[in-house]
Design a protein around this ligand. Sequence first.
Ligand SMILES: [Zn+2]
Length: 277
Amino acid sequence: MHAVRRTLAAAPLLVLLGAAALPARGDEPKKEAPPEPKEAKPAIVVPKEPAPPAATKLTVTLADGKTAHCREQSAQSFLIRGNWFPRTNDAEKLKEGRKLLEEAIKYRTEKYGYFEGFGNPKSNPHPPKYYAKSTSFMGMSVQVHAKIIPALKCVEAALKAGPAGEAYKPRAMGGIRFHNTYRGVEISNHVYGIAIDIEPDKNTCCGCVAPWNNHPLCKQKDKTVWDRMVMPRSWVETFEKYGFYWLGHDVLQDTMHFEFLGDPDKITETAGDVAAK
Ligand SMILES: [Zn+2]
């Protein structure tokens, strides 16, 4: 499906517009944002190369046929699992974590749907599966919440715009689930249709229950989490640019798993928005 394209020709103009018109991204806490490496101008004139992916505004086609520019954003911290269960005995901090989890359930119910037993049914008249849609991602088909499809398309466009798209060719992925795979107070983001798993048999979860933690890669204790999967780091970094959180960072070390924890209303902006700002 050719729903995504990259505006190569328009890139320099868009970058200029973006630089002049967009406010600094002060509201997005970015981990280690190194300055763009500025290469010295070569003395010999070489044929013009396309702009590097980081400097290119990616364009995706939305379900209504309109084109939009991808916006970069970070995961929202109150939605990050690790913040709900701080590794401490401090009662105050544990209480704070539990409050964040409550907030996260409320937010996900409002934005993505009500799942029985979690949150208030008055916050959303429909279950998440009501909003589920099939889409394609890197040649695989997957069913997710319709709201996050543009975010997946932005990740796909970014992967295809650079070497990452050729570096790894997964053959299977999972999306929405209709039952909760967590026990107790927690609810999986798969239930809300905002989580995906990429090639679970090759990108395992060493902190999960069997059979996941029986994977041969989990036995190699001297390796880092990055070595215990086949997916390249460039994929993780690309997903993270567009509001996805990688559960490889979590104690679970769930390397196959990405969840969209950005703001679903800030995934894209239309070309008009950019020019008008
Ligand atoms: Zn998962």
